[in-house]
Design a protein around this ligand. Structure first.
Ligand SMILES: [Zn+2]
Ligand SMILES: [Zn+2]
Length: 407
């Protein structure tokens, strides 16, 4: 009995996932195949950046030309699971039509909006409502802030309509194209590799470093100079005006005192690895003001695998863990997306015996971000993939229960 219910539920969910994959694939195709784009472009013509429709006439036309054909394609392909299971005489063939019933709600919604039925848009078109964004782009289900970016950030990304599954697979759940991205600790091995791979993904990169020289990145054996800003730990506030103009801030600077345990080693470790990064993050949060800021701006924090594993450098672990905990605490109320970079040992000046190359690690970080992973784990240690999400979930829950937001 329980088995039957479980199987039926799985079939229902699978058929719904199937029609959602059809919807998103149709949308992707619409952006690449001109005959479909001619219909789809009506959907992109409708809205102003505040999501108000340009005109009632274009709004209604867009539903006849885009939403209705899309729902009809979904409906046609939704019949496939039902037909297959019926042909196979499966006892679950009756639930395999669930995707079709689900699709009918979108078909009727599109017809109602096209016909101008009162309140049809309020009730059925939830991702195009106007007003302040009250949440951040959601990681698994498409919400208003998520979809807004398909219209006004990059039309060749954020294709998904309900579930973000297809965007995650395609690496279009975050677009870096045209974004201004600043990296601290930029002169280190990972910093330089990150600048390179972000640049290769169409970002405008800025190097933040304590060094008084212009940094170069190596693209196809050619040294390309990048915009370099010199700053010092403790003087984060001086970067305020620059942070205003930055879309994504990557906090990547760090210090390893190795065997040190003196008073100075403690102070220095916490100042560089914990408080400097935390101050930068808070300064950056203050620059998030508009709806556009809420969906374009992000902070990525390199807290390292030391959050859950020994790094054989106690003060490095202690200071990085504290920073990791502060990030977990503050991202409960963060005004923009905050990602953690949980990295295993890679070869650098801090760690000459690291196993992974900084270039490979940077490439994986960019890949993980484009899949919209909020915790990007790059390591060769399989335990981290289990230990970190577990620790992060419980820590976040604990902080949520025993602290209050003052927003
Ligand atoms: Zn839209
Ligand atoms: Zn589109």
């Amino acid at each position: 009995m329980v088995f039957n219910i479980l199987t039926a539920t799985t079939v229902i969910l699978a058929t719904i996932l199937w029609v959602e994959i059809v919807r998103d694939s149709y949308h992707v195709l619409s952006h690449y195949w001109p005959p479909l784009y001619r219909l789809h472009i009506w959907h992109h013509r409708v809205f102003r950046p505040d999501l108000s429709p340009v005109s009632e006439e274009i709004y209604r036309k867009a539903h006849w030309y885009n939403d209705l054909p899309e729902a009809l394609v979904m409906l046609t392909l939704s019949l496939l699971p039902g037909v297959i299971l019926t042909v196979q005489n499966s006892p679950y063939s009756w639930v395999a039509w669930s995707g079709s019933i689900y699709t009918l709600t979108f078909l009727f919604g599109a017809i109602a909006r096209g016909a101008g039925v009162p309140y049809a848009d309020e009730l059925t078109d939830l991702t195009h409502r106007q007003g302040d964004f009250t949440s951040l782009p959601a990681p698994w289900f498409v919400n208003r802030p998520y979809h807004w970016r398909h219209h006004f950030d990059n039309q060749k990304a954020y294709y998904c309509g309900t579930l973000t599954f297809v965007d995650k697979i395609m690496g279009t759940a975050l677009s870096l194209k045209g974004k201004t991205i600043a990296v601290t600790g930029a002169s280190g091995s990972l910093g330089l590799s990150l600048l390179k791979h972000l640049h290769l993904n169409g970002a405008k990169v800025i190097a933040l470093t304590s060094q008084e020289r212009i940094l170069n990145i190596d693209i196809d054996d050619e040294e390309i100079p990048v915009k370099t800003l010199t700053w010092q730990v403790g003087k984060e506030a001086q970067l305020k005006d620059e942070l205003d103009k930055i879309d994504i801030l990557i906090i990547n600077h760090g210090l390893n005192v190795h065997q040190g345990r003196s008073e100075a080693a403690i102070a220095q470790s916490y100042e560089v690895n914990t408080f400097s990064g935390w101050r930068l993050m808070e300064l950056f949060f203050n620059t998030v003001q508009t709806n556009e800021d809420k969906v374009r701006k992000e902070v990525w924090v390199n807290t390292s695998e030391a959050e859950v594993n020994p790094a054989f450098s106690p003060l490095y672990e202690l200071s990085k863990r504290t920073f990791g905990d502060l990030v977990t605490l503050r991202r409960l109320d963060a005004p923009c997306v905050v990602r953690k970079l949980i990295l295993g040992p890679f070869k650098s000046n801090l760690n000459p015996i690291g196993v992974m190359s900084a270039d490979w690690v940077a490439k994986q970080i960019v890949k993980g971000a484009k899949q919209d992973n909020r915790n990007i784990i790059v390591t060769i240690n399989p335990m981290t993939f289990i230990a970190f999400p577990f620790k992060e979930f419980l820590q976040s829950l604990y902080f949520k229960i025993f602290t209050r937001s003052n927003q």
